[in-house]
Design a protein around this ligand. Sequence first.
Ligand code: CDP
Ligand code: MG
Length: 701
Amino acid sequence: MSSLQFWKPGTSAPGSTLDRDTQAEGSFISSAPSYAPLSVQSQRERLPIYKHRDKILYCIEKYPVAIVVGQTGCGKTTQIPQYLYEAGWAAEGNIIACTQPRRVAATSVAGRVASEVGSILGDEVGYTIRFEDVSDKERTRILYMTDGMLFRETLVDPLLSRYSVIMVDEAHERGIYTDLLLGLLKKIQKKRPSLRLVISSATLDATSFLNYFTSSSSKDDAIIVSLEGRVFPVEVAYLREPTADYVKSAAMTAWNIHLQPYPGDILIFLTGREEIDRCLEELSELIPTRPKHPQRLIPLPLHAGLTSDEQLSVFDTADRDTRKVIIATNIAEASVTIDGIKYVIDSGFVKIRVYNPRTALASLATVPTSRASATQRAGRAGRTAPGVCYRLYPISAYETMADSTPAEITRTDMTTPILQLKALGIDDLMKFDWVSSPPSESVLRALEGLVAAGMLGEDGRLTVIGAQVAECPVELGIARMMFKSKDFQCGEEILTIAAMTSVQDVFIIRDGAPGALDELERRKFTAEEGDHLTLLNAYNAFVRYGKSLSWCKSHALSFRAMSRAVSIRSQLKKYMQRFNLPIQSCEGDGKRLRQCLVSGYWRNGARWVADGTYRSVRGNQTLHVHPTSVMFTRKPRSGWVVFHEMEETKKTQIRILTEIEPDWCAQIFVSLKHRESHPSFPGFWNMATSSWTRGQLRAEQ
Ligand code: CDP
Ligand code: MG
């Protein structure tokens, strides 16, 4: 595959063949003319949004909901909160919030805005993401946060009374928490009409938001504010033939662009960390083949598994004689701005979380992008100058793509969201004003699971433990484990496991082949019983040996992940203390600990079968053990395991497994089975159909 044949629609010639052998070296055209650095103020005034400043402020003043539509890069995310700040919306201790679907967007944009405002990050301008709060209770006026964090805040402050304006950014992406938040905000605004909402969206599905916020009686509920954006043309090229390995093709295409004598950074879209690592490897093999090339190629990964600091490094401006190639997941698609990108290479795939209500199992699946995403990705190349987008698929594949990705609420596990809605006092789910309703089967399965787990009573009402679990910032199952640790006297260990399963990539995979994962190093921590106890051993050893970087290095552990786990653990410990949960140690009694694990993973049970795979308890689905598991080559003595999560790649793989005894979970599994085979048991049916009058916000009571 020394050359990939691309074709640009509208050309009849063979098209753009990026062939490394036809390009001359040494004739590099130096980058665009250099400008004297502009002052912050004049930079801000040069943004396309600037001339709409007064109109935006007027509409926010006059209308409860302003839906702002403008091209990516025109300045919505960074400027609107500042305009509001300057216009006095943060007076009298009020806060202007701007929500983002992703944590990297919240942190990077907060950094940018803090520097524009001339403040230290965490002072006037701050951010709040799960397990990381860089804001000041007294002084922060502009707060960027994930939409999930603001949604959670309604549990403690149902009217979100600290905020004068809430901007829901990237609403068109329709993430689950964006949708839920919009539903709540609409409700809150009825109670507190002074609250102003700004809904921002890069694409033109603004009318559906307008309809959602407009009542039949009034025309003044909401308005669309359209901002003309600066757009540079982006040429799109398609592969002539499909590629069997888009990761390799992406590396190849990037390399071929690099060998051409034109400046500009490259952004590659792949689906996940493993692909990104493989692409980095492909590139690192190519780079030494041209040692004398006038420009250095610097590959940089960008995915959710990196720390905020690592993610931010991709935003640094490259030196003049270097070219950045950023290899990213979908997180670079909409919400982050990376200056200098001139070339986009789009694999055409994305990893999304999908939920199968039949088996009640959620998994990550790699699927083709929608056309809307393809357009959005291509747009990344035209932010500062005309660009080119190389799509690693033929135009015929583009033609079969869906127009847009369905809202997450239609394809996600509703268990946690429903528990949270119940905790907000919204009992009548039928009456909740959904932007898009979740499928009734997902709702029923979620209710059923919550009843089985004791978080809802058979009447569909929240139990005491349910209310407390809803407040914990970890996955439902993990939260339940934390509460159940009281019965099993193992809070100390469960806290560690909760923290360790909240961080990614604890073990460093040195040679890139997950199957050969530094066995020798890891064996030191390996617990017979499985991955959870192995993680526990690793954590305890890390703490025992002084939490040192060099110790991590010599034990193939990620210092970053381990340090994060320490911080998360101390935050979770505060929750346990708040709920008066004892933090006792099981003193090495692995059996008790594993029984406690079962109480959290009540939905994730699997049984070993003779060919070395597993079958899920729910749905009888074939599951493969992820190669990073200590159970990869081992049959569980009992034949049964629970697992932390599953991921669908070419096959369905389960990660973080622990051996269990089937009779520990019989009670839970049997009760679930019972409900599956009797889907009309009374409580379950009532919950979906009856209309309780408690369907109000707590504050209304
Ligand atoms: O939200 P929207 O896509 O409309 O734009 P924005 O994120 O507010 O970005 C406005 C401009 O600020 C971009 O065109 C970039 O030039 C610049 N920016 C940046 O340089 N670095 C950032 N982290 C964010 C924005
Ligand atoms: Mg934006």
